[in-house]
Design a protein around this ligand. Structure first.
Ligand code: BV8
Length: 256
Protein backbone atom coordinates (compact mmCIF):
# COMPACT_ATOMS: atom_id res chain seq x y z
CA UNK A 1 0.00 0.00 0.00
CA UNK A 2 1.38 3.51 -0.78
CA UNK A 3 2.22 5.99 1.98
CA UNK A 4 -0.59 8.22 0.73
CA UNK A 5 -3.09 5.37 1.11
CA UNK A 6 -1.71 4.56 4.57
CA UNK A 7 -2.13 8.20 5.62
CA UNK A 8 -5.72 8.14 4.34
CA UNK A 9 -6.43 4.90 6.21
CA UNK A 10 -4.82 6.21 9.41
CA UNK A 11 -7.01 9.31 9.22
CA UNK A 12 -10.14 7.20 8.76
CA UNK A 13 -9.23 5.07 11.79
CA UNK A 14 -8.76 8.24 13.87
CA UNK A 15 -12.04 9.70 12.60
CA UNK A 16 -13.87 6.58 13.87
CA UNK A 17 -11.87 6.33 17.11
CA UNK A 18 -13.65 7.16 20.38
CA UNK A 19 -10.48 6.79 22.46
CA UNK A 20 -7.11 7.59 20.92
CA UNK A 21 -3.73 7.22 22.64
CA UNK A 22 -0.38 8.39 21.29
CA UNK A 23 2.90 6.90 22.54
CA UNK A 24 5.74 9.28 21.72
CA UNK A 25 9.50 8.88 21.92
CA UNK A 26 12.56 10.97 21.21
CA UNK A 27 11.96 10.85 17.45
CA UNK A 28 9.06 13.33 17.59
CA UNK A 29 11.45 15.96 18.96
CA UNK A 30 14.18 15.28 16.41
CA UNK A 31 12.81 17.87 13.93
CA UNK A 32 12.93 20.42 16.77
CA UNK A 33 16.70 19.93 16.91
CA UNK A 34 16.69 17.67 19.98
CA UNK A 35 18.93 14.63 19.37
CA UNK A 36 17.24 11.29 19.94
CA UNK A 37 18.53 9.07 22.71
CA UNK A 38 20.33 6.89 20.22
CA UNK A 39 21.75 9.72 18.12
CA UNK A 40 25.44 10.13 18.69
CA UNK A 41 25.84 13.22 20.80
CA UNK A 42 28.41 15.70 19.59
CA UNK A 43 31.47 17.33 21.08
CA UNK A 44 32.52 16.32 24.56
CA UNK A 45 29.61 13.93 24.90
CA UNK A 46 30.19 11.96 21.69
CA UNK A 47 32.22 9.35 23.58
CA UNK A 48 29.63 8.78 26.28
CA UNK A 49 26.73 6.33 26.05
CA UNK A 50 23.65 8.01 27.59
CA UNK A 51 22.65 4.61 28.89
CA UNK A 52 25.78 4.65 31.05
CA UNK A 53 25.16 8.15 32.37
CA UNK A 54 21.38 7.97 32.93
CA UNK A 55 21.62 5.80 36.04
CA UNK A 56 21.71 6.45 39.82
CA UNK A 57 24.95 4.50 40.04
CA UNK A 58 26.64 6.81 37.54
CA UNK A 59 25.40 9.82 39.52
CA UNK A 60 26.72 8.37 42.80
CA UNK A 61 30.07 7.61 41.22
CA UNK A 62 30.48 10.73 39.06
CA UNK A 63 27.96 13.37 40.20
CA UNK A 64 29.59 16.29 38.39
CA UNK A 65 29.91 14.38 35.09
CA UNK A 66 26.26 13.30 35.16
CA UNK A 67 25.11 16.78 36.24
CA UNK A 68 27.09 18.34 33.37
CA UNK A 69 25.57 15.79 30.94
CA UNK A 70 22.09 17.00 31.89
CA UNK A 71 23.11 20.66 31.79
CA UNK A 72 24.40 20.01 28.25
CA UNK A 73 21.12 18.39 27.20
CA UNK A 74 19.16 21.24 28.84
CA UNK A 75 21.22 23.72 26.83
CA UNK A 76 20.22 21.91 23.63
CA UNK A 77 16.56 21.71 24.61
CA UNK A 78 16.23 25.31 25.86
CA UNK A 79 15.96 26.94 22.37
CA UNK A 80 13.97 24.01 20.93
CA UNK A 81 10.40 24.75 19.88
CA UNK A 82 7.55 22.37 19.03
CA UNK A 83 7.64 21.17 15.44
CA UNK A 84 4.67 20.51 13.15
CA UNK A 85 4.35 17.01 14.57
CA UNK A 86 3.82 18.27 18.13
CA UNK A 87 1.41 20.93 16.84
CA UNK A 88 -0.59 18.40 14.81
CA UNK A 89 -1.04 16.21 17.92
CA UNK A 90 -2.29 19.22 19.90
CA UNK A 91 -4.79 20.00 17.09
CA UNK A 92 -5.96 16.37 16.97
CA UNK A 93 -6.53 16.44 20.75
CA UNK A 94 -8.78 19.48 20.36
CA UNK A 95 -10.77 17.77 17.57
CA UNK A 96 -11.11 14.15 18.65
CA UNK A 97 -13.35 12.88 21.48
CA UNK A 98 -10.85 11.27 23.90
CA UNK A 99 -7.18 11.80 23.15
CA UNK A 100 -4.10 11.51 25.33
CA UNK A 101 -0.36 11.47 24.82
CA UNK A 102 1.86 9.06 26.74
CA UNK A 103 5.37 10.41 26.35
CA UNK A 104 8.74 8.85 27.09
CA UNK A 105 10.38 12.20 26.43
CA UNK A 106 11.79 14.46 29.13
CA UNK A 107 11.48 17.67 27.08
CA UNK A 108 8.39 19.89 27.38
CA UNK A 109 7.61 20.30 23.67
CA UNK A 110 4.17 18.64 23.90
CA UNK A 111 3.19 21.15 26.61
CA UNK A 112 4.63 24.03 24.58
CA UNK A 113 2.59 22.84 21.56
CA UNK A 114 -0.62 23.09 23.59
CA UNK A 115 -1.33 19.42 24.32
CA UNK A 116 -3.24 19.07 27.59
CA UNK A 117 -3.73 15.36 28.25
CA UNK A 118 -0.13 14.20 28.72
CA UNK A 119 1.12 11.24 30.76
CA UNK A 120 4.84 11.67 31.48
CA UNK A 121 6.53 8.28 31.96
CA UNK A 122 10.13 9.42 32.47
CA UNK A 123 9.85 12.78 34.23
CA UNK A 124 11.11 16.17 33.08
CA UNK A 125 14.65 17.32 32.38
CA UNK A 126 13.64 20.85 33.39
CA UNK A 127 12.83 19.80 36.96
CA UNK A 128 15.18 18.92 39.80
CA UNK A 129 14.82 17.02 43.07
CA UNK A 130 16.78 15.90 46.13
CA UNK A 131 18.73 12.68 45.44
CA UNK A 132 17.95 11.56 49.02
CA UNK A 133 14.23 12.42 48.67
CA UNK A 134 14.64 13.96 52.12
CA UNK A 135 11.07 15.28 52.26
CA UNK A 136 9.50 12.39 50.36
CA UNK A 137 9.59 11.37 46.70
CA UNK A 138 9.89 13.71 44.90
CA UNK A 139 11.48 16.46 47.04
CA UNK A 140 11.32 19.07 44.27
CA UNK A 141 14.07 21.69 44.25
CA UNK A 142 13.84 25.04 42.47
CA UNK A 143 17.40 26.00 41.52
CA UNK A 144 16.39 29.66 41.52
CA UNK A 145 15.67 29.44 45.25
CA UNK A 146 19.08 28.08 46.15
CA UNK A 147 20.96 30.57 48.31
CA UNK A 148 24.23 28.75 48.97
CA UNK A 149 26.50 27.91 46.02
CA UNK A 150 23.80 27.86 43.28
CA UNK A 151 26.51 27.23 40.68
CA UNK A 152 27.83 24.06 42.34
CA UNK A 153 27.78 21.08 39.96
CA UNK A 154 25.57 19.47 41.22
CA UNK A 155 24.05 21.88 43.77
CA UNK A 156 23.33 20.74 47.34
CA UNK A 157 19.80 20.17 48.60
CA UNK A 158 18.89 23.21 50.76
CA UNK A 159 17.00 20.94 53.19
CA UNK A 160 19.47 18.13 53.83
CA UNK A 161 22.68 18.91 51.95
CA UNK A 162 22.44 15.84 49.71
CA UNK A 163 22.94 16.17 45.96
CA UNK A 164 20.37 17.79 43.70
CA UNK A 165 19.57 15.63 40.62
CA UNK A 166 17.44 15.99 37.47
CA UNK A 167 13.83 14.85 38.08
CA UNK A 168 13.97 12.19 35.36
CA UNK A 169 13.55 8.41 35.66
CA UNK A 170 16.96 6.79 35.29
CA UNK A 171 17.59 3.27 34.05
CA UNK A 172 17.08 0.90 36.95
CA UNK A 173 14.57 3.24 38.62
CA UNK A 174 10.85 2.61 38.83
CA UNK A 175 8.52 4.77 36.78
CA UNK A 176 6.11 7.01 38.73
CA UNK A 177 3.36 4.62 39.86
CA UNK A 178 0.47 6.93 38.99
CA UNK A 179 1.84 7.70 35.52
CA UNK A 180 2.48 4.05 34.67
CA UNK A 181 -0.93 3.00 35.98
CA UNK A 182 -2.64 5.74 33.93
CA UNK A 183 -0.63 4.82 30.83
CA UNK A 184 -1.55 1.15 31.09
CA UNK A 185 -5.24 1.99 31.62
CA UNK A 186 -5.30 4.41 28.68
CA UNK A 187 -3.54 1.90 26.40
CA UNK A 188 -5.89 -0.94 27.37
CA UNK A 189 -8.94 1.26 26.69
CA UNK A 190 -7.78 2.69 23.35
CA UNK A 191 -9.46 2.10 19.98
CA UNK A 192 -6.37 3.45 18.19
CA UNK A 193 -2.77 3.88 19.37
CA UNK A 194 -0.40 6.06 17.36
CA UNK A 195 3.23 5.10 18.04
CA UNK A 196 5.44 8.03 17.10
CA UNK A 197 9.24 8.26 17.09
CA UNK A 198 10.26 5.46 19.42
CA UNK A 199 12.69 2.60 18.93
CA UNK A 200 10.49 0.49 21.22
CA UNK A 201 13.52 -0.68 23.20
CA UNK A 202 12.91 0.86 26.62
CA UNK A 203 10.73 -0.99 29.09
CA UNK A 204 8.11 -0.86 30.49
CA UNK A 205 6.97 1.82 27.95
CA UNK A 206 7.51 -0.61 25.08
CA UNK A 207 4.88 -2.95 26.53
CA UNK A 208 2.10 -0.37 26.25
CA UNK A 209 1.31 -1.14 22.57
CA UNK A 210 0.90 -4.78 23.56
CA UNK A 211 -1.74 -3.86 26.15
CA UNK A 212 -3.51 -1.80 23.49
CA UNK A 213 -3.41 -4.54 20.85
CA UNK A 214 -4.59 -7.18 23.36
CA UNK A 215 -7.78 -5.16 23.85
CA UNK A 216 -8.33 -4.84 20.10
CA UNK A 217 -6.80 -1.45 19.41
CA UNK A 218 -5.44 -0.67 15.96
CA UNK A 219 -1.76 0.29 16.08
CA UNK A 220 -0.29 2.85 13.68
CA UNK A 221 3.43 3.57 13.79
CA UNK A 222 5.14 6.69 12.42
CA UNK A 223 8.90 6.29 12.14
CA UNK A 224 11.35 6.70 9.21
CA UNK A 225 12.80 3.26 9.99
CA UNK A 226 11.52 0.02 11.48
CA UNK A 227 11.51 -0.27 15.26
CA UNK A 228 11.12 -3.12 17.76
CA UNK A 229 7.39 -2.41 17.62
CA UNK A 230 6.91 -2.50 13.83
CA UNK A 231 6.09 -6.24 13.77
CA UNK A 232 3.16 -5.53 16.13
CA UNK A 233 1.51 -2.66 14.25
CA UNK A 234 -1.34 -2.64 11.74
CA UNK A 235 0.28 0.11 9.67
CA UNK A 236 3.82 1.49 9.61
CA UNK A 237 3.97 4.95 8.02
CA UNK A 238 7.61 5.29 7.02
CA UNK A 239 8.60 8.92 7.35
CA UNK A 240 9.26 11.80 9.73
CA UNK A 241 6.47 12.62 12.18
CA UNK A 242 6.80 16.34 11.45
CA UNK A 243 5.64 15.59 7.89
CA UNK A 244 3.23 12.68 8.37
CA UNK A 245 1.23 13.84 11.41
CA UNK A 246 0.14 17.12 9.74
CA UNK A 247 -0.84 15.15 6.62
CA UNK A 248 -3.03 12.80 8.68
CA UNK A 249 -4.62 15.77 10.45
CA UNK A 250 -5.20 17.55 7.11
CA UNK A 251 -7.16 14.57 5.75
CA UNK A 252 -9.48 15.14 8.74
CA UNK A 253 -9.68 18.84 7.96
CA UNK A 254 -7.67 19.60 11.11
CA UNK A 255 -4.87 22.17 10.98
CA UNK A 256 -2.49 23.23 13.76
C1 BV8 B 1 12.34 0.03 35.23
C2 BV8 B 1 14.97 9.57 31.20
C3 BV8 B 1 12.10 -1.41 37.10
C4 BV8 B 1 16.45 9.74 31.36
C5 BV8 B 1 14.72 7.38 30.17
C6 BV8 B 1 11.92 -5.25 31.34
C7 BV8 B 1 11.02 -4.76 32.29
C8 BV8 B 1 11.35 -3.70 33.09
C9 BV8 B 1 12.60 -3.08 32.97
C10 BV8 B 1 13.50 -3.56 32.04
C11 BV8 B 1 13.16 -4.61 31.23
N1 BV8 B 1 14.21 -4.86 30.42
C12 BV8 B 1 15.18 -3.97 30.68
C13 BV8 B 1 14.78 -3.18 31.67
C14 BV8 B 1 15.56 -2.09 32.24
C15 BV8 B 1 15.41 -0.77 31.49
C16 BV8 B 1 15.36 -0.89 30.00
O1 BV8 B 1 14.31 -0.81 29.39
N2 BV8 B 1 16.50 -1.06 29.38
C17 BV8 B 1 16.53 -1.16 27.94
C18 BV8 B 1 17.64 -0.30 27.40
C19 BV8 B 1 16.68 -2.60 27.56
N3 BV8 B 1 14.23 -0.07 31.95
C20 BV8 B 1 14.33 0.67 33.05
O2 BV8 B 1 15.33 0.72 33.73
C21 BV8 B 1 13.09 1.44 33.49
N4 BV8 B 1 12.86 1.17 34.85
O3 BV8 B 1 11.85 -0.75 34.52
O4 BV8 B 1 12.46 -0.15 36.58
C22 BV8 B 1 12.01 -1.21 38.55
C23 BV8 B 1 10.80 -1.53 39.18
C24 BV8 B 1 10.72 -1.36 40.54
C25 BV8 B 1 11.82 -0.86 41.27
C26 BV8 B 1 12.99 -0.51 40.62
C27 BV8 B 1 13.10 -0.69 39.25
C28 BV8 B 1 13.32 2.93 33.36
C29 BV8 B 1 13.41 3.34 31.93
C30 BV8 B 1 13.44 4.87 31.83
C31 BV8 B 1 14.83 5.30 31.48
N5 BV8 B 1 14.86 6.76 31.30
N6 BV8 B 1 14.69 8.73 30.05
C32 BV8 B 1 17.04 10.63 30.31
O5 BV8 B 1 16.38 10.93 29.31
O6 BV8 B 1 18.20 11.05 30.49
S1 BV8 B 1 14.45 6.49 28.77
C33 BV8 B 1 15.28 7.27 27.51
O7 BV8 B 1 15.48 6.30 26.52
C34 BV8 B 1 14.48 8.32 26.82
O8 BV8 B 1 13.74 9.11 27.69
C35 BV8 B 1 13.61 7.54 25.91
O9 BV8 B 1 12.41 7.27 26.50
C36 BV8 B 1 14.38 6.28 25.75
C37 BV8 B 1 14.85 6.16 24.34
O10 BV8 B 1 13.80 5.64 23.64
P1 BV8 B 1 13.19 6.41 22.39
O11 BV8 B 1 12.36 7.53 22.88
O12 BV8 B 1 12.55 5.37 21.61
O13 BV8 B 1 14.40 7.05 21.64
P2 BV8 B 1 15.43 6.33 20.67
O14 BV8 B 1 16.55 7.27 20.45
O15 BV8 B 1 15.70 4.96 21.18
O16 BV8 B 1 14.60 6.14 19.31
C38 BV8 B 1 14.19 7.27 18.58
C39 BV8 B 1 13.33 6.77 17.45
O17 BV8 B 1 12.87 7.89 16.71
C40 BV8 B 1 14.06 5.86 16.46
O18 BV8 B 1 13.29 4.71 16.21
C41 BV8 B 1 14.16 6.73 15.20
O19 BV8 B 1 14.08 5.96 14.02
C42 BV8 B 1 12.95 7.61 15.34
N7 BV8 B 1 13.01 8.88 14.63
C43 BV8 B 1 14.10 9.61 14.31
N8 BV8 B 1 13.71 10.75 13.66
C44 BV8 B 1 12.35 10.72 13.60
C45 BV8 B 1 11.89 9.54 14.21
N9 BV8 B 1 10.59 9.22 14.30
C46 BV8 B 1 9.70 10.08 13.77
N10 BV8 B 1 10.05 11.23 13.17
C47 BV8 B 1 11.35 11.57 13.06
N11 BV8 B 1 11.70 12.73 12.45
Amino acid sequence: MSLENDIQEAAELLRASRRTVVLTGAGISKESGVPTFRDALDGLWARYDPMQLATPEAFRRHPQLVWDFYEYRRSIMRPARPNSGHLALAALERALPEFCIITQNVDDLHEQAGSQQIIRLHGSINANKCFAACRGEPTSIDLHELQAAPDARPPACPHCGSLVRPAVVWFGEALPTDALRAAIAASAAADVMLIVGTSGVVQPAADLPIYAAQQGARLIEINPIRSELTPLVDRWLAGPSGVILPQIAAVLGIYA
